[in-house]
Design a protein around this ligand. Structure first.
Ligand code: NAP
Length: 323
């Protein structure tokens, strides 16, 4: 038992990348006294038990929340409403219910109406992730120096918001508060639109008949592979994000299409100045991200580079000779 435990019993519903990372980090930091986990499938529940990242693994969402003072929904955005309905009558009075959904407006709409009076709903979104899913993908350090955005309603109990803020800080996150509407707009441009572009470009390249699949893969270091990492993200999670954040994504997509048209016109007209100006501006943005510690300054995302070959491979051309 830790002196710094902020909650007595943490219930995690869903044990994928995010849920299992919270379990690992909360235990490592002693942020809670005990952790109970559930997931939809028996296979995931069994794996969580094998990994030993929870004190208890239970079969149903209702059983998980019994006696918990913090419940976090770590399921795809589209499943939050039905999970809230299942747990509603089993929640302890005074408990805090939160989530980790990448969209806030739709989750609040689906969850809030299901919860009984006396239970505090404090929606949250840890802006941290990888392209991997499932309980094996999680790790305790996932949230360190990443933002966790809380979007409580104006009339939410301040004490509940403070306790959840303390919890996320203990897991290493920086906590920011904003309205759900603002969150969905900001994440629409910083996360949802980049994913949509990545899903599109990888799909388009794959469909190009004149470029064979092997060539796309072979020359992927030209930039394509950086899109493929994002485009490998979980299809269920991202389907739900676009359905749930439809308005903000369509707004950002409209702006993006206008800016793309500007660059298209510049290329067609040979307008190098417009291209140079835009690329200089975006280079400075990358520098800014590194400066505030949101990415490594190492070139090429810190990928390791193989050593130079010790012997010249046979198939290399002979050195140039003017003779
Ligand atoms: P994930 O790895 O696919 O895990 C999802 C978990 O939810 C699985 O354990 C799944 O159980 C469980 N689940 C699904 N429906 C359920 C239900 N009705 N009842 C109980 N459990 C259910 O997904 P994730 O990446 O952790 O994402 C979870 C949430 O975090 C999403 O809302 C997402 O928007 C948000 N988020 C994700 C990221 C990211 O980069 N991945 C970052 C920030 C926030 P089974 O394994 O049995 O199917």
């Amino acid at each position: 038992m830790s002196a710094q435990a902020i909650f007595n019993r943490l219930a995690l519903i869903g044990a994928g990348l995010i849920g299992s990372s919270i379990a690992r980090a909360a235990r490592a930091q002693g942020a809670v006294r005990s952790i109970v986990v559930t997931a939809r499938s028996a296979a995931t529940r069994r794996r969580v038990a094998e990994l030993g990242i929870a004190d208890q693994v239970v079969e149903t969402n209702a059983a998980a929340v019994e006696g918990a003072d913090l419940v976090i929904l770590c399921v795809p955005v589209g499943a939050c409403g039905e999970v809230a309905a299942e747990i509603s009558s089993h929640l302890a009075p005074g408990s805090i219910v939160s989530d980790v959904g990448s969209v806030k407006g739709a989750v609040i709409r689906d969850v809030l109406s299901q919860l009984p009076a006396g239970v505090h709903f404090v929606p949250a979104h840890p802006v941290a992730g990888t392209e991997h899913s499932g309980p094996d993908a999680g790790f305790a350090e996932l949230f360190v120096n990443r933002w966790c955005i809380l979007t409580p309603a104006a009339d939410t109990d301040p004490g509940a918001v403070e306790r959840l803020t303390g919890f996320w800080r203990l897991l290493g996150a920086n906590v920011e508060r904003m309205s759900a509407e603002h969150h969905d707009l900001v994440l629409g441009i910083t996360s949802h639109l980049p994913h949509l572009i990545a899903y599109t470009i990888v799909g388009t390249a794959d469909e190009l008949k004149q470029v064979t699949r092997s060539e796309v893969l072979q020359f992927s270091a030209g930039g394509f592979r950086d899109f493929t990492r994002i485009a490998a993200s979980d299809p269920i999670m991202w389907r739900d994000v676009f359905l749930a954040n439809k308005d903000a994504v369509l707004e950002m997509l409209g702006r993006f299409n206008e800016d793309l048209a500007t660059l298209t016109r510049a290329i067609r007209r040979g307008d190098g100045e417009t291209l140079f100006q835009q690329f200089s501006r975006t280079r400075a943005i990358r520098r800014g991200i590194v400066e505030i510690g949101q990415d490594s300054p190492a070139p090429d995302f810190g990928r390791p580079h193989p050593e130079l070959p010790h012997e010249v491979p046979q198939e290399l051309p002979r050195p140039y000779s003017s003779a």
